[in-house]
Design a protein around this ligand. Structure first.
Ligand code: NI
Length: 199
């Protein structure tokens, strides 16, 4: 008997079987939703100063689900848009968002004093706390959230390049998910609603 003539149909059969098994596996065990039981190493301890000039750590946020966003008050567009959207979203969530907290951490501590952050944030939801610190404290906080930021010189001044991710954290301070200003309003609000309900 010619084994080579049997080999091709055998391989085709085996490949077909493999596809069937993988498909059945995917149907039976769909990929987990975004929640990952705190296994994602994003977020963690930080030591900063609030816009009220008081010491503020991640412990001040734990106990309730919270949102963390890194930016700076001189940001021309992304930061104000994000904070405006977040303010609208929190209002839209109404009572549901009553235990939601939010932190706006500056990546520009050189200019963003607690006083300036307080004035800046008075245009947004009062639950958003502004956080600043020394260069080192801010860098350490940014590292725990794995965000990128960089000083970019402009004509006689500078601006900051930075990640614009909204981090959704559960009440234990564990990573829950992300959002950002480019997401449709409906998506953002659904995520926040889910965070408030399950986080
Ligand atoms: Ni910005």
């Amino acid at each position: 008997m010619n084994m080579k003539r049997l080999l091709v149909p055998f391989l085709v059969f085996t490949a077909g079987l493999l596809v069937l098994v993988v498909t059945a596996g995917l149907l039976l065990f769909p990929s987990q939703p975004q929640r990952s039981a705190g296994k994602v190493p994003i977020g963690g301890p930080f030591k900063l100063t609030s816009h009220e000039g008081k010491p503020f750590t991640e412990e001040n946020l734990k106990g309730k689900p919270f949102v963390v966003f890194f930016g700076f008050t001189h940001c021309p567009e992304v930061c104000p848009t994000t904070l405006y959207d977040l303010t609208q979203d929190m209002a839209a969530l109404g009572k549901d968002a009553s235990n939601l907290q939010a932190a706006f951490i500056t990546v520009d501590p050189e200019r963003d004093t607690p006083e300036l952050m307080k004035t800046y944030l008075s245009s947004f939801d009062p639950r958003i706390v502004g956080l600043t610190g020394t260069e080192e404290e801010v860098a350490a906080a940014a590292r725990t959230y794995k965000i990128y930021y960089r000083k970019v010189p402009t004509d006689g001044s500078y601006t900051m390049d930075h990640s614009a991710t909204l981090f959704l954290m559960d009440s234990k301070g564990e990573f829950y998910g992300t959002s950002n200003f480019q997401e449709p309003e409906e998506t953002r609000r659904a995520k926040l609603r889910q965070l408030v309900k399950n986080g």
